[in-house]
Design a protein around this ligand. Structure first.
Ligand code: NAP
Ligand code: ZN
Ligand code: ZN
Length: 347
């Protein structure tokens, strides 16, 4: 039997989100029904609800930072039981057969993963995300939230956590490495905590110094304002790795000049416009420019276990569902400290 649940949806691109109801599919053999407790607001929700990346499917229920409790399991479910504390991130399915799926890189599934919302499920129905009271997900795309993490501060880890953990690990952030995090927002602040816990020397590059005290408390060793041209002179040739979390295009030549020989700038921020770079800013010191998308399911579990072990949760501002539209405006004006999380009981 399908379940009707309350949700918040954008009825059309750029329209304010409003309360509505959606239907969740019947709990299948390998599905779990999750009572959503908290849902983070990622900047990607805003890009998509406003058709910033591509035309979306509406009505759209955003939300891919989901934390909740299992309330029902299908007959074939082996990994979860009723009462388990669980999370769901950006994807809810993939082909499971391609080279990438078999390697635990489901986010790069050759046949395209099924995104948590703004996509079509294997049942042919539109997928809907976490700004809702319940969700039904195949157990293979659900992760366990360790006991040491409260569900509200764990929710943002399902996207912001894995999107920063995966490239930090892949590009070997750790002792002896100088890592810069550009943008102290949702992704950036979690990235600082994780890079610090991995043992790297961490620098925040923010537009201004107004969040400097916070940045240092989060684990940064250094903090600089990118609005100050001296920053780029002083830090030239410094970093092994730059993790760029900014949602708008930057002056890439300026940021690349901050890398050492063989350094990498990894862009997890995904602007709506194409970006331009001059290739000489790479060739001079064999620098690399790259990007990375979330992380696989096993790596997401690894990230949650790592965060629990190191006492890492997101810094959150808990809001009620009717504050979502205002929260979107505040994220757009970089006025977030450091992730808005919806208390889904208020839907
Ligand atoms: P966010 O909370 O808005 O943080 C972005 C931060 O970037 C802001 O807080 C601000 O920090 C800085 N910033 C914003 N506009 C800027 C500008 N014009 N110039 C310079 N700095 C600026 O957003 P988020 O949720 O962390 O997401 C960031 C980006 O990552 C989005 O594009 C999102 O879609 C993308 N994303 C990608 C993935 C992936 O898998 N690759 C996953 C999740 C999200 P300061 O005030 O400190 O400068
Ligand atoms: Zn996200
Ligand atoms: Zn696949």
């Amino acid at each position: 039997m399908t379940t009707v649940v309350a949700a918040y949806a954008a009825p059309a691109a750029k329209a304010p989100l409003e309360r509505t109801t959606i239907e969740r599919r019947a709990v299948g053999e390998f599905d779990v029904l999750i009572d959503i407790k908290f849902a983070g607001i990622c900047h990607s929700d805003i890009h998509q609800a406003r058709d910033g990346w591509r035309p979306g499917t509406f009505p759209m229920v955003p939300g891919h930072e989901i934390a909740g409790v299992v309330t029902e399991v299908g007959a074939g479910v082996t990994r979860f039981a009723v009462g388990d504390r669980v999370g769901v991130g950006c994807m809810v399915d993939s082909c499971r057969e391609c080279e990438n799926c078999k390697a635990g890189l489901e986010q790069y599934c050759s046949n395209g993963p099924t995104w948590t919302y703004n996509d079509t499920g294997k049942d042919g129905q539109p997928t809907h995300g976490g700004y809702a009271q319940k969700i039904v997900v195949d157990e293979n795309y659900v992760v366990r939230i360790p006991d040491g993490l409260s569900l509200d501060v764990a929710a943002p880890l399902l996207c912001a956590g894995i999107t920063t953990y995966s490239p930090l690990r892949h590009w070997n952030a750790g002792p002896g490495k100088k890592v810069a995090v550009v943008g102290l927002g949702g992704l950036g602040h979690v990235g600082v905590k994780i890079a610090h816990a991995l043992g790297a020397e961490v620098t925040v590059l923010s537009q201004s110094l107004r969040k400097k005290d916070d940045g240092l408390k989060l684990g940064a060793d250094h903090y600089h304002a990118t609005s100050d041209p001296k920053t780029f002179e002083e830090l030239a040739g410094t970093f092994d790795l730059i993790l760029n979390t900014v949602s708008a295009p930057l002056d890439f030549a300026a940021y690349l000049s901050l890398l050492r020989t063989d350094g990498s700038m990894v862009n997890v921020g995904l602007p709506e416009e194409p970006v331009q770079i001059v290739l000489q800013s790479l060739s001079g010191n064999r620098r690399s420019l790259s990007s990375s998308g979330i992380g696989g399911i096993a790596e997401t579990q690894e990230m949650l276990d790592f965060c629990a072990e190191h006492g890492i949760g997101a810094e959150i501002e808990l809001i009620s569902a009717e504050e979502i539209n205002e929260a979107y405006e505040r994220v757009l004006s970089s006025d977030v400290r450091y992730r808005f999380v919806i208390d889904t009981a208020t839907i």
